[in-house]
Design a protein around this ligand. Structure first.
Ligand code: HEM
Length: 392
């Protein structure tokens, strides 16, 4: 290792202080070097856009067998699409993707649109509401639980399970340790759920029917249901909530959407760029690799700093600004390469439905102070009070 070229930081990426205001920390690391040794957790942070994107695409050097920042979860995730490298990854992913293709999702799109319109009509009637609790959290929860056909006691737990599934990917700090039992409950539920416990006609029940027809292995049913709750819930809640936060803070940008609701897609992409749900994700380095002037030795863990890459001024002009007309399609919040988010079609359908319904009914709105939710891996809000709305 070239010691002279090695940049070191003592910053704790998972402390309350960093999580409360991560962007200045990311900027500091990004300007320090393309690779920074994070002494607290003994990982190398890869900070700049091109290097993060290249690492996401290079599965020979950057293995997904260490996506989490603790050994317990890296062990628990073995055999999942998320944590498996090519060539085995391809088959696992193919099975997971079956219910998530655009054609499969088209069938539920009308239902999602109707749900969004009803939800926004309800909050507009109230006049003041919480954009997180009543919209960003309520909507994906309703969509995902109805889609899967989850009922009864499990339905009440789904939010906690989804939240825990991300928190436990961090280092084994108090947040991760407290969430381990809940993450375990989710694994247990998915491993043991029976088709008759899921609503008839639901996509969840359909997964088991596909197994009965021999289209997928019976052992894949649990992991498929797991992905909707573990990977798909808190991430989508965060993405929708963060978009509403940026729209509230930028009334001029919101007005552009009201004038042209077709901009909703690019407004969502831009919010994923500015404040994607996942700040970072781990990889195990399989062979010595040099980035910039720094050699990262085989066997090390790296943190791919997605959120830092998305604000890299080398890639995006005025990166800290929220501009709904920007072409932000190069953002890395869904990852890139073979592991890029398997659920992004669903996430986009949900976001598009709820944000379009919001923009079509609400001409302008005033929001109070957002309350940040401290979480190991995801960046989201606990609350965003909407104090008043002017309807169209
Ligand atoms: C806005 C919402 C979402 C964001 C920001 C997001 C983000 C990501 C990211 C960054 C990755 C790549 C991880 C890596 O490279 O190691 C990923 C993978 C994945 N996501 Fe999402 N996700 C979202 C929604 C969803 C939804 C709704 C689902 C499920 C229905 C889902 C299922 C998955 C799965 C299964 C993988 C692993 C794919 C693989 O390894 O082949 N995600 N997601």
């Amino acid at each position: 290792m070239n010691k002279d070229a090695m940049q070191t930081s003592n910053i704790d990426l998972f402390s309350d202080e960093t999580l409360r205001n991560p962007n200045p920390v990311f900027a500091e690391l990004r300007e320090m070097a393309p690779v920074v040794w994070m002494d607290k957790y003994k990982v190398w942070a890869i900070t700049r856009y091109d290097d993060v994107r290249d690492a996401l695409s290079n599965t020979e050097v950057f293995s997904s067998t260490k996506v989490a920042f603790n050994d317990v979860m890296n062990e628990a995730l073995k055999g999942t699409s998320l944590a498996t490298d090519p060539p085995e990854h391809a088959q696992l992913r193919k099975t997971l993707l079956a219910p998530l293709t655009p054609i499969a999702l088209k069938k539920i799109q009308d239902d999602i649109t109707k749900k969004a319109e009803t939800m926004i009509a309800g909050v507009v009637e109230k006049g003041s509401f919480d954009a997180i609790e009543d919209v960003a959290r309520a909507f994906p929860l309703e969509v995902v639980t109805d889609m899967l056909g989850v009922q009864g006691e499990a339905r009440e737990k789904v939010l906690l399970w989804g939240d825990a599934a991300f928190n436990v990917l961090g280092p084994m700090n108090q947040r991760a340790a407290e969430n381990l039992p809940l993450a375990g409950e989710l694994f247990e539920f998915c491993a043991n759920v029976k088709p008759e416990e899921l609503t008839e006609g639901s996509l969840g029940r359909g997964i088991f029917e596909a197994a009965d027809r021999g289209e997928i292995a019976r052992e894949s049913c649990g992991p498929i249901i797991h992905q909707y709750i573990a990977a798909g819930l808190e991430s989508t809640i965060a993405a929708i909530g963060n978009t509403l936060k940026h729209l509230a803070a930028n009334p001029d940008q919101y007005a552009l959407l009201v004038n042209d609701p077709s901009l909703v897609r690019s407004a969502f992409n831009e919010s994923l760029r500015l404040e994607g749900p996942l700040g970072l994700i781990g990889r195990l380095v399989m062979q010595d690799v040099v980035i910039g002037d720094t050699k990262i030795p085989a066997g090390s863990q790296v943190a791919l700093m997605l959120a830092s890459a998305n604000r890299d001024p080398r890639k995006f002009e005025n990166p800290d600004q929220y501009l709904v007309t920007r072409n932000a399609s190069a953002q890395l919040s869904f990852g890139s390469g073979v592991h890029s988010c398997a659920g992004q079609n669903l996430a986009r359908i949900e976001a598009n439905a709820i944000l379009s319904a919001f923009v079509r009914r609400i001409k302008s709105f005033k929001a109070g102070e957002p309350e940040i939710k401290l979480a190991n891996m995801t960046r989201s809000l606990n609350s965003l009070p909407v104090l008043s709305v002017e309807t169209v």
